[in-house]
Design a binder for this molecule. Sequence first.
Ligand SMILES: Cc1cc2nc3c(=O)[nH]c(=O)nc-3n(C[C@H](O)[C@H](O)[C@H](O)COP(=O)(O)OP(=O)(O)OC[C@H]3O[C@@H](n4cnc5c(N)ncnc54)[C@H](O)[C@@H]3O)c2cc1C
Length: 303
Amino acid sequence: MEYEVAIIGGASAGLSAALALGRSNRRTIVIDSGNPRNRPSPHAHNVFTRDNTPPLEILKIAKSQLKPYPTVHFSNAYVKEASRKNGLITLLTDKEESITVRRLILATGLTDLLPDIKGFKELWGTKIVHCPYCHGYELKDQSVGILMNGKNAEHITPMVLNLNKSIQLFTNGKMDLSSQFKKWTKLNNITINETPVAELVDDKKGIQIKLSDGSSHLVKGLYSRSVKYKFHNELAIQLGCKLTEEGAVQVDEMYSSSVAGVYAAGDLSHGSAHQVIIAAAGGAKAAMACNNSMIMEDYERAK
Ligand SMILES: Cc1cc2nc3c(=O)[nH]c(=O)nc-3n(C[C@H](O)[C@H](O)[C@H](O)COP(=O)(O)OP(=O)(O)OC[C@H]3O[C@@H](n4cnc5c(N)ncnc54)[C@H](O)[C@@H]3O)c2cc1C
């Protein structure tokens, strides 16, 4: 067998897993289609030792630090099929490459399904941000908008108030907010506008939020979020891995899935607190569990 472990997904989780496996002298292949989730953002933040670094630069550094480990290899491909037989896992890529391994780490992330609002996609990751930990400090003390409704709005608005005093909340249709929250927004001078959003327009001073009543509201930045996560769980499903209700791969504290020999790390393995450093930590843990399980398997066989 050419490789012992395959890692599918070569971003924060996958490359971090590769480091632990390279340092464990494991013949490892990282197969990646090159589309990390945070690629629209000019800089990643809240990343230990790499704060304010472009996302692709972080991955370039991670890859360069894998060079001293000759057992780690890379393939630029998309894995379309995975199957498991007699304890071995076989993968098929879009380049018709077939790879059979003892262990598999899935680090394929997820896609943000964005709201169908004109201009949203173009500004996502630059002037439209989803997370105060990732991009909140850069908007600190500026006038910001929040384009959310319901529980999401009630969750994020107090977090944004921690960094900004001038906040406008846009619910894009009839508001679904508790009376307690509405009272709290009044006390903190947060305006709530439920007129549907017609378009978001890039402006040299920020973003123009154009509403269907013809009014326009200028903010420096806008907090919003995807309508839904589309977890890249197709291979996990083919292998028979259990999923959580929202579609993440169900894992234990060492990132083992419900299928022996298959691990999942990074955004694919949980539904919230998606962060580069957390994905990297998950990848490292999955790799340790994966390496240990091979050590124990070989030890048991040899006994
Ligand atoms: C706009 C935006 C900005 C963000 N900013 C920050 C920030 O500032 N700081 C921070 O900590 N977090 C940030 N995040 C969150 C961060 O992007 C994720 O937590 C992180 O990318 C998760 O890493 P991952 O390795 O799990 O997945 P990803 O980074 O999404 O990587 C998955 C990789 O797997 C590949 N892949 C998928 N399927 C296959 C397949 N079948 N075959 C081969 N390859 C495959 C993809 O092409 C991709 O390269 C941001 C998120 C968004 C949406």
